[in-house]
Design a protein. Structure first.
Length: 451
């Protein structure tokens, strides 16, 4: 079968990068000026700024504001003539033949491989919950959630007073990590401010937004002090928070959970899943072909330099990698699944690849942790930031919210995206309006002419 890289230079090493998330795009940029032939494969045609995906799901931003076509984002790299971008799904990795297998059975040969395939939702063995509680990883997920949320208010307008209407106006978010907290805060803002004068039969301010967390506190990755601040800010926005509430079932009418008071039921037409993350299925493919170890979440256990044991030509980065941060002093520490870590891993994997080509020793990965941010809602956020001399600084409220806002604008891809997001946020701040509230009609078969 013909190799898709047959038109590349035979003298350049062939590098295949799977995934154009934060890790993949940084690897491409770091390699683009080297004498290597790069093939980037992604299942979509766009790079997505995932930290703001919940804003699309809650109608705060339109999709083009946080996403850009891969070929446009990497246009300067492509102009150098050494980068090929392919739209496709990698279904297998043949490490013996050194080739990745695409849907349609095409095979792309490689000399070096960087796998940055990311993560997907984990329902902890209850995959049937996905139909009733969508997660948030892709633009398609965001469109689905936005449609469910907006149509819930429309259904409530058509219901008479009673349990059915209240079920339509009840929104449950499962998982109180950053995504869950941000989603709950934005849903409360929609109900309290955006829609409050747009319906005649219902008062959107009577909507319930319930954040369900299986652990004892929200935002457990932050300090206890900031977790309590976040809880106070959620309550101020009108979000009900249930901690120590372990979900046992999710269906079309809501969810059931175990709490210290015993089994409980929450009737909610709209449930959003933000509780679990599982690695890409490509982790299983790598384990089958290389014998590498996987952790409980299906992530690939990598060597200190992010390569696979026994396969130095393969690097795994981003959410798919179970990586450790190696410091000059002290024990290695786990690397969190956040975008700054993915970017740093992508750059190091590219650097180590080039080091191998030059016959130089590779470097272990060290994660430069600059802190963490989470927004709860309008003028509400928490932040942990490492500053020179001062060390780790913690703050919350309006200043943290402004800091979060400008950090996210800074890291967006492209000037246009930064300008659009800043304009949309400024308009929403002063007007409470959300312009991305269009819901497309479901596809219906075209009627046939009578015979």
């Amino acid at each position: 079968m013909k190799n898709d890289n047959d038109n590349s230079s035979p003298t350049r090493p062939r590098v295949v990068i799977v995934g154009c998330g934060f890790g993949g795009i940084e690897a491409v940029r770091a390699l683009s000026q080297a004498e290597v032939e790069i093939t980037l494969v992604d299942r979509t045609n766009h790079h997505l700024f995932q930290p703001l995906l919940y804003q699309v799901a809650t109608a705060g931003l339109s999709a083009p504001a946080i996403a850009g076509p891969i070929r446009h984002v990497l246009r300067s790299e492509m102009q150098r003539g050494k980068l090929t971008v392919l739209l496709g799904v990698v279904t297998d990795i043949d490490t013996t033949a050194r080739a990745v297998v695409l849907d349609g059975h095409e095979r792309i040969g490689y000399d070096h491989l960087i796998v940055a395939a990311g993560a997907t939702h984990s329902y902890f063995g209850h995959d049937d919950w996905a139909a009733h509680a969508p997660g948030l990883k892709t633009l398609a997920d965001a469109f689905d959630i936005r449609r469910r949320v907006l149509l819930a208010f429309e259904r409530a307008e058509r219901k008479s007073e009673g349990a059915q209407r209240q079920s339509c106006l009840t929104f449950a978010v499962v998982g109180a990590g950053p995504t869950g907290v941000e989603m709950a805060g934005m849903l409360a803002e929609i109900a309290q401010h955006t829609l409050h004068d747009e319906f005649r039969r219902i008062d959107s301010r009577r909507a319930r937004v319930v954040l369900v967390e299986g652990g004892p506190q929200v935002l457990s990755a932050f300090s206890d002090k900031l977790s309590r601040k976040a809880l106070d800010q959620l309550h101020a926005l009108g979000v009900e928070v249930l901690t120590d509430a372990k979900v046992t079932a999710i269906d079309a009418g809501g969810l059931s959970y175990d709490s210290p008071r015993g089994p409980q039921r929450l009737d909610a037409d709209t449930v959003v899943w933000a509780a679990g993350v599982a690695a890409s299925p490509l982790g299983l493919a790598l384990a089958a072909s290389t014998g590498c170890a996987l952790d409980r979440a299906g992530r690939v256990v990598v060597e200190p330099d992010l390569s696979l044991a026994g396969h130095p030509e393969i690097h795994v980065v981003g959410d798919l990698a179970a990586a450790m941060s190696h410091r000059k002093r002290g024990e290695p520490t786990p690397v969190p699944g956040v975008s700054p870590a993915a970017k740093q891993m992508g750059r190091l994997a590219a650097d180590n690849l080039l080091r191998r080509l030059r016959g130089e020793p590779t470097r272990p990965f060290h994660y430069a942790d600059y802190g963490a941010l989470a927004t709860i809602g309008r003028r509400a956020a928490i932040a942990m930031v490492d500053l020179p001399v001062l060390g780790r600084v913690q703050f919350s409220g309006m200043f943290a919210w402004l800091f979060w806002l400008f950090v996210h604008i800074y890291f967006l891809i492209g000037f246009r995206n930064r300008l659009v997001v800043l304009t949309d946020w400024a308009w929403a701040y002063f007007s409470f309006e959300r312009q991305a509230r269009i819901v497309a009609e479901p596809h219906a078969p075209r009627p046939t002419a009578p015979s």
